[in-house]
Design a binder for this molecule. Structure first.
Ligand SMILES: [Mn+2]
Length: 375
């Protein structure tokens, strides 16, 4: 994959004039990463929630793709059945034919596929989970469907498979065993890794919803689980801001933890107001400071520079939005990200370092707030 670092002459000159700043943050002072943005077809939703029906009409992929491009997105995330609707009723050959057609649609719009995820939580065969279901035939179905997802990913030209293990957990603690479930999950992931030696599997942890207890609730669980598989180097993570908040964790720290492990293969930036239902709010909507810190760690560690990993916004339109504004949450998230990137790159890192050396965290706190409030 191509390297997407752009040298910024202005910043390079600044660096040369002030060599003391070099040691503090090489990445930030001499390189400018050109982030690539990704979005999923489900991010233009119809507004249904558990308490009310759709508020917007259904739109197909052909309608959504040009809108994504116009909105500044480079790549598209897919569930397997976003690519091939009603996938379970179609032959393997037909599935690949339809996937090839979607690849042509993407190319025509100047977009590419970032990743594909098997949607293992809709089928009547995955009511009790897919890989960890207590019924053997359901587990087989989940694995077969995941292998098909890999074939679709290959047809679309991506090697990144995302696993959101929605129903892999329990409604009732006594109904399953965690040790047994880890074995079943590892068996399933091993079959996927064997199916294509080039794919990488990014697990998207979430602590709850739709089940009350998820088996891989946090990034730490996901990365520890990677070591139960045959090839831990090919099992990493996608970190979603709101899922971190739901687990009582700091999104920026979770991103940086994954970066430290070289396992941050995608990000789903959004926001979440407290330990409530999953809200998928626009990025920065609840905590601008948390959003600033998330952008800061991604920029400081040159996220995506080597492997081309994308910035995705896994947010939803407000139920009150009309179809004419169905993408605004995503384009606004992107704009907020880019404005915060300017804030990150204009942050007085040398001043901050001096305050840290003095252990004057009170002043550091106010410095961050003043920087965010300054126009
Ligand atoms: Mn997500």
């Amino acid at each position: 994959m191509s390297c997407i670092i752009e040298w910024d002459e202005t910043l390079s000159l600044t660096k040369r004039r002030d060599p003391s700043s070099l040691a503090f943050s090489f990445t930030q002072t001499c390189m400018k990463i050109k982030f690539r943005f990704s979005i999923g077809p489900w991010n233009i939703s119809e507004g249904r929630d558990p308490y009310g029906p759709e508020t917007r009409p259904v739109r197909d992929l052909a309608w959504k793709l040009p809108l994504f491009k116009k909105g500044g997105f480079d790549a598209v995330m897919f569930h397997d059945d976003d690519v091939v609707p009603e996938i379970d009723s179609k032959s393997a050959a037909r599935v690949l034919e339809e996937a090839a057609q979607v690849r042509r649609q993407l190319e025509d719009e100047g977009l590419f596929a970032e990743m594909v995820a098997p949607r293992l939580w809709f089928s009547e065969r995955t009511i009790d989970g897919g890989f960890t279901s207590n019924r053997a035939q359901d587990r087989e179905y989940a694995i077969e469907r995941s292998l098909r997802t890999i074939d679709i990913a290959n047809t679309l030209g991506t090697k990144l498979i995302v696993l959101w293990l929605a129903r892999e957990g329990t409604y009732l603690r006594e109904s399953k065993s965690c040790v047994r479930s880890m074995e079943l999950l590892a068996q399933a992931v091993n079959k996927m890794l064997d199916h294509d030696p080039e794919i990488r599997i990014a697990i998207e942890p979430k602590p709850n919803e739709p089940v009350d207890v998820a088996y891989l609730p946090t990034l730490g669980h996901a990365l520890a689980f990677a070591h139960l598989t045959r090839d831990p180097a090919r099992v990493g993570a996608v970190v979603e801001s709101a899922h971190c908040v739901l687990a009582g964790l700091d999104p920026a720290d979770e991103l940086e933890f994954a970066l430290a492990q070289k396992k941050l293969w995608s990000v789903h930036l959004n926001d979440q107001n407290g330990l409530k239902f999953d809200q998928d709010k626009p990025f920065g909507s609840v905590s601008l400071r948390s959003a600033f810190n998330q952008v800061r760690v991604l920029d400081q560690h040159a996220y995506g520079a080597k492997d081309g990993a994308c910035i995705a916004f896994d947010a939803h339109s407000f139920r009150t939005s009309s179809i004419n504004h169905a993408l605004d949450h995503a384009t606004n998230s992107r704009k907020t990200f880019l404005r915060l990137l300017e804030k990150v790159r204009s942050f007085d890192e040398a001043g901050a370092a001096a305050l840290i050396a003095d252990r004057d965290y009170q002043a550091l706190d106010q410095m961050v707030l003043n920087h965010l409030l300054a126009s």
